[in-house]
Design a protein around this ligand. Structure first.
Ligand code: ACM
Ligand code: ZN
Length: 755
């Protein structure tokens, strides 16, 4: 009898566990809540389910009904047999924005300390319910949930490409669905001014427009243009509409008005605000431009204060973003008014003039009861008291700001810039650069890498950046935003300990479908094939392939043909001994899923050879010396792990070919990309030796003409040699007039091949 009872109990426990798994899998919550307990029950929401509110939540019944109506085609009544209860309970012991959601006994109950929490509970409910005929089915569950970070943000640049109010609202809907609570609206930049300012009509008639737009990537020279006038702006009514729409979803909208740099569009309209007085034109390509607001003339400040007055009236946001990034100082250095200002204000250099500029505007913003936020350059020359910093260039700005007890929002370009490529696939649409795959966003953990967790209390949160240079369509914008937004949302909200990428990917499959029902198709980048060079030996490399797909298997070819269901299955690392293009694809059974992956492996006499560096790379591009001879060529996604970066330091490498070899061609790649402070060497030189001590010259060049990857290839007088020395002389300090002038340039080198 006892045995039977145990068997029954075990069976019941097993069923319960299975139910838990089923419920959890079907619901696939993103971001994952803090605590979830599933039951076997189902609660139905139907025409006779009432939304029951209290004084605090009455307004939210309208919001909830908007969502119910989308699903069922009708709103819920205020009275009925079953209930959804929304209740603010100030005795609840929950962190800010926390909520409890319970679906049991034919009732859904969302309780929170504040209406913010109720809104998040509603977002969770929307992910829980599943339509079934004329009802929504909610799995039985008790959830206790609250965010890890108070600030969870998403940014969108509408200057480089302009997006309609409808699109902005759709984005805000998604932010609400994933519990992102700040929308950072990048409204002004060199390529277009997008906010109506009534006091300055030429912002609408001139600054909102550019005559044409660059075609292709900006590093492709010569630049080509489409010849079509492009532009637009949001009227103040439209802005109010967006702000109200966001507010109803408890999302704050932070406007960004860029200064002192990224101001060309405004200068085109009002040239008297620039140092040279123009004429200027709204930028037609992407980058950092020398013409910025003049810091010496008071009319600049009058203009910006007038603009801000209208901004304050439109945006209730506690924070106002004043940009502050990427401001070249070359005009200021030559402008009599700016120089006079430096004298009267006793400023030592133009960096301090930038600090003066930012502090002066910050003071104005603060005098109106608002707080200031800016990109991390606002730290330079001293930060205005009380200003918050968006740390985009890495972690140093964040650490510095936090040490000074400023609030910091982590917006690092390596991990949270969604204008980066999201895969290494060559078929990726043109993007700004860099490589930020979904996994990297998902695994982002602020300050932990820096080991400075004591500063974590100053980290208000994290934010994804969507710069729009390469987003000519809404489809492309969505392609870049989703699903990285979901990864961001989970990192911003869920406890650090719950991080599991495989589990996230499984839940993502459900969200693909959800996104599709809202017209957002971002299908491509779920399961990538990635590769690694496992080991090197002279004359060959071992390449292992990986996929994030739990279900699919990899088939590949090395003979140039497209992989199909009959191609070899990948089972063990591939030994590649001659130059070949790997083509690989994922197969579920006989069916190819996702896109084909291609990668060229270049095998030369130096591939896998022993290589030593006189001094190691000293930047974040600090891989092992062997990456210079691993057969894999660094790409425009310069954080692809292939480039080695040397700051204020030369590259001096010796390659030992093992035995003397006949050499006819030497080659190397260097990256010349001034907007990233990456400079080709002053001189690149190859030497040879047979004893490893005495070297003779073989080839050299000083010519690097391409803005991007320079593929240097020099035919040499044939010679037999065992040792090849490669010296690349760093360009040194970045010259005046260039982006980052006065700082150290970075020398980036990859694949050296000897044939
Ligand atoms: C930035 O990416 N210039 C903030
Ligand atoms: Zn000036």
């Amino acid at each position: 009898m006892k045995k039977l009872l145990i068997v029954i109990l075990l069976a019941a426990a097993g069923q319960k566990a299975a139910a838990q798994r089923n419920q959890a899998a079907a619901a696939a919550l993103v971001p994952l809540p803090v605590q979830t307990q599933w039951t076997n029950e189902t609660v139905a929401i139907s025409a006779n389910t009432a939304i029951v509110t209290d004084a605090a939540t009455a307004g939210l019944a309208v919001l909830l009904n908007t969502y119910v109506q989308e699903q069922l085609g009708f709103p819920l009544p205020a009275q009925g047999k079953n209930r959804i209860v929304l209740t603010v309970d100030t005795t609840l012991q929950l962190p800010p924005e926390g909520y409890q959601l319970r679906a049991a006994n034919n009732e859904v109950r969302i309780a929170a300390y504040s209406t913010d929490g109720i809104v998040h509970g509603i977002a969770t409910l929307r992910q829980l319910w599943q339509p079934q005929g004329k009802s929504l089915r909610v799995p039985g569950v008790t959830i206790t949930d609250y965010p890890r970070f108070a600030y969870r943000g998403m940014h969108l640049d509408v200057s480089r490409n302009f997006f309609s109010v409808d699109y902005i609202k759709q984005l805000i809907d998604q932010l609400a669905f994933y519990k992102i609570n700040n929308f950072h609206w990048h409204l002004t930049d060199d390529q277009g001014w997008r906010i109506e300012i009534r006091k300055y009509p030429k912002l609408q008639s001139i600054a909102a427009w550019r005559n044409q737009t660059l075609i292709g990537h900006k590093k492709e020279l010569p630049h080509q243009f489409d010849g079509r006038k492009y532009g637009g702006y949001y009227t103040q009514d439209e802005i109010r509409e967006v702000v109200a729409y966001a507010a109803a979803r408890h999302i704050n909208v932070i406007p960004e008005i860029e200064m002192p740099g990224h101001a060309l569009a405004a200068l085109a309209a009002y040239p008297e605000l620039g140092c040279t007085k123009g004429p200027y034109k709204t930028a037609e390509f992407w980058g950092v431009f020398d013409d910025v607001f003049c810091a010496g003339t008071d009319s600049t400040f009058t203009f910006l204060e007038d603009v801000l007055d209208e901004v304050f009236a439109l945006f209730p946001s506690p924070y106002i973003h004043l940009g502050g990034d990427e401001c070249p100082k070359v005009r200021w250095a030559k402008c009599p008014a700016c120089q006079r200002r430096m004298k009267t204000e006793q400023l030592k250099n133009e960096d301090e003039l930038q600090s003066y500029f930012v502090k002066r505007i910050a003071k104005y913003i603060q005098s109106k009861g608002r707080k200031v936020v800016g990109w991390d350059e606002i730290l330079e020359g001293g930060l205005a008291h009380g200003a918050a910093v968006m740390s985009w260039r890495g972690v140093e700005g964040a650490v510095e700001a936090a040490k000074q007890e400023h609030q910091v929002i982590m917006t690092p370009e390596d991990e949270l810039y969604f204008d980066h490529y999201q895969s290494l696939y060559r078929t990726e649409p043109t993007a700004a650069g860099g490589y930020t795959p979904l996994r990297e966003v998902y695994e982002y953990d602020p300050l932990h890498a820096a080991g400075d967790t004591a500063l974590l209390p100053y980290i208000a949160g994290i934010q994804g950046q969507m710069w729009s240079e390469y987003l000519p369509t809404v489809q492309q914008a969505n392609y870049m935003i989703y699903p990285r937004l979901l990864a961001l949302a989970e990192r911003a909200w869920s406890p650090r300990e719950t991080r599991s990428y495989p589990d996230f990917l499984q839940r993502l499959a459900v969200h693909d479908t959800l996104l599709k029902t809202r017209g957002i198709v971002a299908p491509a980048v779920r399961h990538e094939i990635t590769y690694e060079s496992d080991s090197l030996e002279r004359g060959g490399i071992y390449i292992s392939l990986h996929t994030t797909s739990p279900a699919a298997r990899i088939r590949y070819t090395l003979n140039g043909t497209a992989p199909d269901a009959n191609s070899p299955l990948y089972e063990r690392p591939l030994h590649i001994t001659e130059t070949a293009t790997l083509r690989a694809a994922l197969f579920e059974g006989q069916q190819q899923v996702y896109r084909e992956f291609q990668q060229v492996f270049n095998v030369s006499k130096s591939t896998g050879a022993r290589i030593t560096l006189k001094a190691p790379p000293n930047t974040k591009y600090n891989g092992d010396a062997s990456t210079l001879v691993n057969g894999i060529t660094g790409t425009h996604r310069f954080n692809d792990g292939q480039w080695l970066g040397f700051s204020a330091r030369d590259l001096d490498a010796v390659i030992d070919l093992g035995t003397p070899q006949l050499i006819k061609v030497v080659a190397a790649n260097v990256l010349h990309y001034r907007w990233q402070k990456m400079w080709a060497p002053a001189i690149l030189e190859f030497q040879y030796s047979n004893d490893g001590i005495h070297y003779l010259p073989m080839a050299k060049t000083k010519t690097f003409i391409i803005n991007g990857i320079n593929n240097v290839r020099i035919r040499v007088r044939p010679v037999k040699a065992r040792y090849i020395r490669v010296c690349a002389k760093n360009r040194g300090v970045i010259p005046a007039g260039e982006y980052g002038a006065g700082g150290n340039s970075m020398l980036l080198m990859d694949e050296i091949s000897i044939n």
